[in-house]
Ligand binder design. Structure first.
Ligand SMILES: *Cc1c(COP(=O)(O)O)cnc(C)c1O
Length: 356
């Protein structure tokens, strides 16, 4: 006997009602496409990290991993000069964001963030469920500090650098916000490796601030799923209660530690991306696009005739994937990940035909 497909009473009403997060398309590996839609680093992971992967001892898989990913924590601690007990490790930084929403919010407590930003913040709040307060950025992406404070978030998310805009929120603004909020301020620094500024020092000044970072972007390890949060131990104590006991696997922990220690390689890849970012920005402007300066590995670009949706589809037909957000304020723009020189060149050549 089969159940009718419409029988969905298994789910809580908020889960039933929500749309669910839609990740960028992930074509099969080996497919001949230029993939500039999910902000992966175009360069391979650190060779040292790959050697660790290739020489892994099966014994480390037979046993449960260390619950706190201590090998990785030690590497972070050395590189960023923060004590190990100020670090929580996650299965990607999305895991850290998820743990924060689980630990701090419920109906009657709000998740607050300025828009446009990372869509997952809303998804996480809808699953919990928690109240959601979205506040638009001011003109030219000025942070609406008073409105954010007035919204009284149990958790306030600020992505800095932000996606999809690519701008950095000045540390003074975050400092002011942290001092006026009674809830937790999460500074999501997924793109910090490509930026000129970090808010890391705020964790020493404020016990309600946590910095979230990832190895997915700067370190070319999106497939490994490894991220971390930095905050004072009293803020972390509640998060440790909520996280899965073994949220980070033994492979990620060891490979991630090696990647973290190989700062020279990461910096080399980031430097190449920054050079390409500047060139791609000029090339797009030359084609009539309006493009914002970016402190990330992507550009938000508005085509001259505003027909971003059409261009997105036409590029896709030619095997080039970029990100298109069909929502007010963004539906005239494309978010384009900075690729290798030849990928960017391929994109520009395709666009020459499409914008003319
Ligand atoms: C990519 C991204 C993340 C998630 O990174 P993972 O570590 O891969 O989960 C978090 N926040 C923002 C703003 C991102 O763009």
């Amino acid at each position: 006997m089969t159940h009718a497909i419409s029988m969905t009473h298994y789910f809580r009403p908020n889960v039933e009602a929500m749309a669910g997060y839609v990740p960028g398309e992930q074509p099969k590996p080996g497919t001949n496409i230029i993939k500039l839609n999910t902000n992966e680093n175009p360069y391979p992971p650190s060779p040292t990290a790959m050697r660790v992967l290739q020489t892994l001892d099966g014994e480390c898989l037979r046993r449960y991993p260390n619950p706190f990913a201590n090998d990785f924590r030690q590497a972070i601690s050395e590189v960023l000069e923060v004590p190990q007990d100020w670090i929580i490790v996650g299965n990607g930084s999305d895991d850290i964001l998820n743990i924060l929403v689980r630990a701090c919010t419920e109906l009657g407590r709000s998740v607050v963030y300025p828009t446009p930003t990372y869509v997952l913040y809303r998804t996480l709040a809808e699953i919990q469920p928690a109240n959601v307060v979205e506040i638009s950025y001011r003109d030219d992406f000025q942070l609406p500090i008073e409105e954010l404070v007035a919204a009284k978030g149990a958790v306030t998310f600020i992505a800095s650098p932000n996606s999809p805009s690519g701008h950095v929120v000045p540390t003074e603004d975050l400092q002011l916000l942290a001092s006026e909020l009674s809830g937790v301020l999460v500074v999501d620094e997924a793109y910090v490796d490509f930026a000129d500024e970090t808010a890391l020092s705020l964790v020493q000044e404020f016990d309600n601030v946590i910095i979230a970072r990832t190895l997915s972007k700067g370190y070319s390890l999106a497939g490994l799923r490894l991220g971390f949060g930095i905050a004072n131990p009293s803020l972390l104590s509640g998060l440790f209660k909520v996280k899965d006991s073994y949220n980070v696997d033994a492979i990620a922990c060891l490979v991630g530690a090696a990647a973290m220690r190989d700062q020279a390689y990461k910096n080399e890849c980031v430097a190449k991306v920054k050079v390409s970012r500047a060139k791609l920005l000029l090339d797009l402007k030359q084609l009539g696009f309006q493009v914002r300066d970016s402190q990330t590995n992507f550009l938000l670009a508005a085509p001259p005739k505003g027909n971003a949706g059409e261009i997105y589809l036409a590029l896709k037909e030619r095997g080039i994937l970029v990100r298109y957000f069909n929502q007010p304020g963004l539906n005239d723009k494309l978010r384009i990940t900075v690729g290798t020189e030849s990928q960017n060149q391929g994109l520009i050549e395709a666009l020459i035909h499409l914008v003319q």
